[in-house]
Design a protein around this ligand. Structure first.
Ligand code: 8YV
Length: 317
């Protein structure tokens, strides 16, 4: 049921914030819960003309096909750093602000990248299963893992998150190299292309933004350039890897394995991932901690409040 207007700015909620931040926007705005509506199209048609702000996240993002129903829209505030699922150019063309949540998730996402690396090389998941299944007591010591120390980490996209990963990897005594659009003033070796980097590292970690520019940046040629025992770790976007080529390389054991937080068709991932034994999988949850999700939600609130009180946006895209 839609409510009568209260005079407060009206927001369309495509994805709710954390409870503490939902409470804040419930007080300051009038919310319309598209996320809970059964007939979403009818709901949009009914409330659309009153909507001045949209609350969303990386999923579902914000698609341009909603715009004709939202003639009064002023701002799309997303609880995500990635904007690849938001039609930013269509919003900008109509003068609609877009905000995201940079910085606050860097540490947790970088931690998870290191977690995937540890899981890959030291087989944390396998060790857990080995103990639980009783195999340890039946068969003794499990197979040996591989050291992180001395391994060459190649970062694709040495931005805010990539840099945090590199610093953590240094603490684990790995050597760092990177590729990206430009060489940076950092004490790490630069390779101009992903192929060059892949030829010169043991672990390739993807930390670049998603979207059209990086779609299938990691293709069959890059995978071919990797050493047969090298791992690829992806905490970026599924679209950055040509997943068909990745699965082919994994099936042929042309690379050591893949540690993946993101997939091309998540959450309905390619079912071949269910049986491959050279993968470590995580459900797109690198920023999924109570603390970070609250900080991301708070940035959404802060951006909305700033916009509707005529102040500068804290984190515009
Ligand atoms: C979230 C993310 O999982 O911030 C991003 O870009 O991918 C993640 O932090 C996502 O926004 C949740 O929908």
């Amino acid at each position: 049921m839609t409510q009568a207007s209260t005079g407060k700015p009206e927001l369309l909620v495509l994805r709710p914030l954390m409870p503490g931040q939902m409470e804040q926007i419930e007080n300051a705005f009038q919310l319309h819960r598209y996320d809970l509506a059964e007939d979403k199209q009818a709901f949009l048609v009914e409330v659309g003309s009153r909507i001045r702000g949209v609350v969303t996240a990386g999923s579902p993002g914000f698609k341009a096909d909603m715009l004709p129903h939202l003639p009064a829209l002023e701002i799309v505030a997303s609880a995500s750093v990635g904007t690849d699922s938001i039609d930013v150019s269509a919003c900008k063309a109509r003068g609609i602000h877009v905000t995201n949540t940079p910085e606050v998730l860097n540490d947790d996402v970088a931690d998870l990248a290191i977690g995937l690396i540890l899981n890959a090389l030291r087989r944390l998941g396998d060790g857990h299963d080995y103990v639980r299944s009783g195999e340890w007591s039946r068969n003794g010591m499990m197979a040996l893992g591989r050291s992180l120390k001395g391994r060459r980490l190649g970062v694709v996209g040495l931005g805010r998150i990539g840099m945090e990963i590199a610093q953590r990897a240094q603490a684990m005594k790995m050597t760092i190299a990177y590729t990206g659009r430009s060489k940076k003033d950092v004490p790490f070796e630069y390779f101009p292309t992903p192929v060059d980097l892949a030829q010169n590292c043991d672990i390739l970690v993807l930390a670049c933004p998603g979207g059209a520019e990086t779609r299938h940046l990691i293709n069959a040629e890059v995978l071919e350039a990797m050493r047969p025992d090298a791992w690829i770790i992806n905490i970026s976007r599924g679209s950055v890897i040509d997943e068909a080529a990745l699965i082919d390389a994994l099936e042929r054991r042309a690379i050591g394995g893949a540690g993946l937080d993101v997939f091309e068709n998540e959450p309905h991932i390619d079912t071949r991932f269910h049986t491959l034994d050279n993968v470590v999988l995580f459900p797109h949850h690198a920023s999924g901690t109570v603390e970070t999700r609250a900080a991301m939600s708070q940035l959404v609130v802060d951006n909305l409040k700033a916009h509707f009180s005529g102040q500068a946006l804290p984190t515009p895209v």
